[in-house]
Design a protein around this ligand. Structure first.
Ligand SMILES: NC(=O)c1ccc[n+]([C@@H]2O[C@H](COP(=O)([O-])OP(=O)(O)OC[C@H]3O[C@@H](n4cnc5c(N)ncnc54)[C@H](OP(=O)(O)O)[C@@H]3O)[C@@H](O)[C@H]2O)c1
Length: 159
């Protein structure tokens, strides 16, 4: 059986496009989500679901183990969660990826990440935490890609 690509945040506005594209191209897909029941309603194809929370490393082992690559588009939103999801969550995934030999580590970042004075950073310091997560990835020593989107994908676009 081919190794699946792990998509963290695969149920989100960005992540679901990643999942659709991977399926379109014939890859096996594993989605990490906090709510597998809800995630199953999003996709009609053969997908492996693993319940987990990026803030709780012990819930990530089954998702990372045996994966071919990790793509993460997880997003904590504003206020206190960027530190937990976007930073600590990335660190937890990265550590497991290293331990399990899974790479490249593909990370969805945010435009203006180099501009902490930008208004997007005012509520929750999302840019600051994303930037710190990027720094961890760049220093990790494992092959990685950090990418940025031109625009927020529509949540209503279907496969
Ligand atoms: N132009 C830009 O720079 C741009 C534009 C758009 C998006 N983005 C970036 O793309 C990323 C995704 O954004 P989005 O709008 O697609 O996000 P979103 O729709 O809010 O989706 C968030 C995703 O994160 C997952 N998630 C949240 N907390 C989690 C946790 N504790 N553990 C595991 N998964 C968790 C959710 O999964 P479950 O609820 O299923 O657990 C969901 O799939 C963000 O980093 C955002 O900054 C950048």
């Amino acid at each position: 059986m081919t190794q699946p690509i792990l998509v963290v945040g695969g149920t989100g506005r960005t992540g679901r496009h990643v999942v659709w594209k991977l399926l379109e191209r014939g890859y096996g897909v594993r989605v990490l989500t906090r709510d597998t029941q809800q995630a199953r309603r999003l996709f009609h194809s053969e997908i492996e679901y693993v319940q987990g929370n990026v803030g709780a490393p012990e819930t990530l082992v089954d998702a990372v183990r045996g994966a071919r690559t990790i793509i993460t588009a997880a997003y904590g939103g504003n206020r206190e969660r960027p530190e937990i999801v976007d930073y600590q969550g990335t660190r937890n995934l990265l550590e497991l990826a290293k331990a399990e030999g899974v790479h490249p580590f593909i990370f969805t970042s945010t435009i203006y990440v180099t501009r902490p004075d930008h208004y997007l950073n005012a509520d929750g310091q999302i840019l600051t935490w994303k930037g710190r997560a990027e720094a961890l990835i760049r220093a990790s020593g494992i092959p990685y890609t950090v990418f940025y989107l031109d625009a927020t994908p529509s949540s209503t676009t279907s496969q």
